[in-house]
Each structure stands twice: as C-alpha cells, then as structure tokens.
Design a protein around this ligand. Structure first.
Ligand code: ZN
Length: 253
C-alpha cells in the first residue's frame, strides 16, 4: 500500500528530534506518511541510513550539503553508503550563494560535480539544494543532460528557472514557505502535476499554522493543501499525484 502523503525531504536524523523521534515516526505511520531522511555530511548521512534501516517507512538520502565544512567530497565513503538498499538518492547537494561568500563558489562546484558524477554512476536521483545560484546549477546539470534525474528541493527560483529544470527531466518540490507567501504561486500553477512533490525540510521552515515552531514530517499536509488551493484542485488529487511522483522517482514504483 502506498502512503497517503510522502514528505520527500526531512531531517529526522537531526538533534532537534532526539527527544521524540520514535514517537513522531509512530504518528507518521498512523497517518500514512512516509519520508526521505536527508543527510548533509558524513555523520548525518550515516544516521539517515541507520534510521531507514530501523523503520520501513523511512528512506535515506546521502550527500554533502554545499555549505558544510567537511572539505573534499569523499567519493568512496558516500558510494558505500549509497549502495544501501534504502538509500534512494544522492543529496542534499548543490550550490548556495546566499549563505557563502563568492570566493567559495569553486569549492562548492567541485563538491557538487563529484556528487553529480556519483549519482550518474549509481543511477540514483539527485536531491538538489540551490539558492541564488540557479544559473550555475543549470549549467552543470545541462552538461550531463539525459544521464541525470532528481528533485530541486525547497524550490526558490522563478518560473523561467523551473522550466529549465523541468526540461532537463527534474521535478520540483515545495516546502513550508509556500503556505505564507504567494511568491511561488506561478511556479506551483505551471509545473505539470506529474512533476511536483511536497516536503517539509523539517525541523526547519514550518508551514502555517505552525510557523515559528519546530517543523515535522506530519505537517507536510499543509504544503499539499496550499498546492491544491493554488492549482484549484482537490487536496486528494495533489496528495495522490505527489505520492505517485515520489514513488516513481525514488522507489522506482
Ligand atoms: Zn534539507
């Protein structure tokens, strides 16, 4: 049985959940919610895989975040982790010019490029974090067009940028901020229904009406609700499409 909702990007492995992680996963199970627990460096990637091993409705992504200080990307280490049957994606990886100085771009590009290569080698989807660097990210992904698939997580660009990612075969996922800004309504409306996914990025960026609190995968329904409102279709239609898209992208189902 597929889940009712699929939060394709959470960080249940982060310390913010140390006190009640098992309880949250139990509640998710009761509500039919699955998630991909996303790593951002060696430690959190290892923890993602451990969590996915423990819970059947949790999957893992392994990768190195662009603003992490780990240094060089350790291809051997991540290749080994990514070969776990429940490691369904490489990431989160990408480019972030919002949180770093310009001089850091070369290091970020290098780390991203290695993860693009590993994803292509292992035929895994990429989970991409990109902030204020869409032009550069699109250039790097275009160079391997046809060999890559994946999701642009926490989408923060405009329709023109979204269209280019879609042309490359990527999907777009939206997080909590769409519930309190109309900035992304155009992209939400124009992205084909079979290319949209929903996420929380919990513990960060809680959607309305939970804003300011710790976010959790249980709140992914608020993101689905807003997508449905903007597209003027039912909650159920968006829930079903986002689950199907996630199953197809990450579970080959
Ligand atoms: Zn994240």
């Amino acid at each position: 049985m597929p889940p009712k909702l699929f939060d394709i990007h959470s960080h249940l492995n982060f310390p913010q959940f140390d006190g009640d992680r098992d309880e949250i996963i139990k509640k998710m199970r009761e509500n039919g919610i699955w998630t991909i627990c996303v790593g951002a460096d060696k430690k959190t990637s290892l923890e993602s895989v451990a969590l996915a091993e423990k819970y059947e409705d949790v999957y893992a992504a392994v990768g190195l975040h662009p603003t992490d200080d780990e240094g060089e990307f350790d291809t051997e280490y991540y290749r080994e982790l990514a070969s776990h049957p429940k490691a369904v994606a490489m990431g989160e990886c990408g480019l972030d010019m919002f949180r770093r100085e310009k001089g850091d771009m070369e290091r970020q590009k290098n780390v991203f490029e290695k993860q693009i290569e590993l994803a292509a080698e292992l035929n895994k989807p990429l989970i991409i974090h990109c902030r204020q660097a869409h032009k550069e990210a699109l250039k790097m992904l275009s160079a391997k067009a046809g060999k890559l698939k994946g999701d642009i997580h926490f989408f923060s660009g405009n329709w023109e940028e979204a269209r280019q990612y879609l042309d490359l075969g990527f999907s777009i996922s939206f997080a909590g901020p769409i519930t309190f800004t109309s900035e992304y309504d155009e992209v939400i409306k124009k992205t084909p229904l079979d290319r949209i996914m929903a996420e929380t990025d919990s513990p960060f960026a809680a959607p309305a009406p939970h804003r300011g609190r710790r976010n959790e995968p249980l709140f992914v329904g608020e993101v689905v609700k807003k997508i449905a409102q903007v597209r003027e279709i039912s909650f159920e239609a968006v829930a079903e499409a986002t689950v199907q898209n996630a199953m197809k992208m990450f579970l080959n189902a």
